[in-house]
Design a protein around this ligand. Sequence first.
Ligand code: BMA
Length: 324
Amino acid sequence: MTQCDPRPRLISRHAANPILTACDWPYFVNSVFNPGACRLASGETLLLCRVEDCTGISHFCAARSDNGVDGWRIDAEPTLASDPENFPEELWGIEDPRIVWLPERESFAVTYTCYSQRGPGVSLALTKDFKHFERLGNIMPAENKDAALLPRRINGRWVLIHRPVPVLREAHIWMSFSPDLKHWGDHTLVLGARSGAWWDANKIGLASPLIETAKGWLMLYHGVRNTPAGCLYRIGLALYDLEDPTHCLQRSTKWIMGPETTYERSGDVSDVVFPCGYVIGDDGDTLNIYYGAADSSIALASGSIGEMLDWLRENNTPGNPRDG
Ligand code: BMA
């Protein structure tokens, strides 16, 4: 916990947190958390929320708001649910969506975890309106999670950030490339979990989709600290070269956000902050981060992208970030 930390905060939690809970839902659910986020052409903020019902299986439900804080209009029924007849890899549900607008396809790309007895994998769907979805199916087989596309091709190819879990169980962040969003290759490790006592030892994963800035692609990633009392999910930063996104320029030594408040420290899975999406404010600098709190509710925290980049430069671990 860092509640007594006197340093200036990069991230401020919204006073209305948690901004969405199961009690807000128009139908009976166990929990709502880990939403993907985007701004619609109408100006509305859309959250594609992970909703877990009382079987334990998750689906997605869209919530729309004019100010991104309150007045949420929530779909009356699931917006996107698993379809195990056509996509058996979704037998145990779909989880943790990340949303990226693809100008070339004039569509939002939704990458998400598909879960079945074969383990969690990565699936992709495209949508223009969050009503109709074109499912491209399972694009990274199990075990894999925490995936998002870059919004545009780099050197002619699409880029997917994702997190495979190898047999040795150390989970690192990778990028893969595709000419058509279907066939993926040139798999490259881009950020290694550290080891030992580090906050991001052994298991890391992408948080929200990468943010394009003049200094590079800014990544928020989660680090999982395994303790005798359970796992602690915290968020750190990394920066990647704009033209070669496999090249890590900087990686934060410390985390910028960890579980502190009651709604983050206590819930179905305690001590978890899990951002999957953000919306950038009209000033082009304010990052409004939407995150799951303790696998139970949805919360909002904001910070300045410029301040994060300045802080990252000062709090950067030198050396090869792949070595951990
Ligand atoms: C991760 C994901 C998230 C979840 C987190 C904490 O592995 O499954 O959906 O929020 O664990 O339980």
